[in-house]
Design a protein around this ligand. Structure first.
Ligand code: DC
Length: 227
């Protein structure tokens, strides 16, 4: 139905920088942006707030289906309350990884993700954007970095926000989450055959954005100003 609206799918592990890259690519192209991880984080947060356990499939599916969420100018609102900082906490990340392993939750969030596909285009980041949600994406990127580098970045981010953190614990959490996201039966985290690999361990944000814009131009033949 929306197949004429181009999608750039950017998948990869936690803290790989895919959110930052995806948002900047969307801005450069004037495209919409979907942070699909936020939907899983919001489901975990909404569950916690209403006393629903992170493994209660039926209740979680119901919650996910009726999430009262709005994305406005980079901020996230749950039931009209801004939760942008709260959804990014490690607690919500761990909860997101748990609820995301449940097929009923993934199915409940599917239509909501498809609804982001609006003209002139969409940049979507997550784990299964290219494999499940937007298999016809014009460009699929698998964006990654070593676990050590990702833990360092997360550590720096938290320090900058004045949130205390322990690098070893962050690395352990990331590895645990990578393992859970990669091992799950449904929509596991993995590089698809038709996805281009972008390893950002040694490169900065601007180079990563440039790489995606150039590949999009190649893939779509679009006249894109890549700066
Ligand atoms: O990208 P993120 O760290 O915000 O994602 C949080 C969790 O949600 C992550 O552990 C895996 C899950 N997730 C998913 O399963 N599928 C997606 N498309 C996006 C996120």
């Amino acid at each position: 139905m929306h197949s004429d609206i181009p999608v750039i799918a950017i998948d990869g592990p936690s803290a790989s920088g895919k959110g930052t890259v995806a948002a900047l690519v969307a801005k450069a192209l004037g495209f919409h942006y979907l942070d699909s991880g936020a939907l899983y984080r919001l489901t975990a947060l909404a569950a916690q707030r209403s006393g629903v356990a992170w493994d209660d499939e039926a209740a979680l599916a119901e919650l996910a289906l009726h999430l009262d969420v709005r994305f406005v100018e980079g901020e996230i609102y749950l039931q009209n309350v801004c939760v942008s900082d709260e959804v990014r906490t490690e607690n919500c990340g761990i909860g997101a990884s748990r609820v995301a392993a449940l097929p009923v939750v993934r199915t409940a969030l599917l239509a909501r993700q498809h609804a982001f596909r609006q003209a002139p285009g969409l940049v979507a980041d997550g784990r299964d954007m290219g494999s499940v949600v937007f298999p016809d994406a014009v460009l699929k990127v698998f964006l990654t970095a070593t676990a050590e580098e990702r833990a360092q970045r997360r550590y720096k981010q938290l320090m900058e926000k004045g949130i205390s953190a322990n690098l070893i614990n962050l690395l352990d959490d990331l590895r645990e989450r990578d393992a859970r996201d990669s091992a799950r039966a449904v929509a596991p985290l993995k590089q698809e055959k038709d996805a281009v690999l972008l390893d950002t361990t040694q490169i900065g944000i601007n180079d990563a954005v440039d790489f995606v814009l150039k590949n999009f131009k190649l893939a779509s033949g679009a006249q894109v100003e890549s700066n």
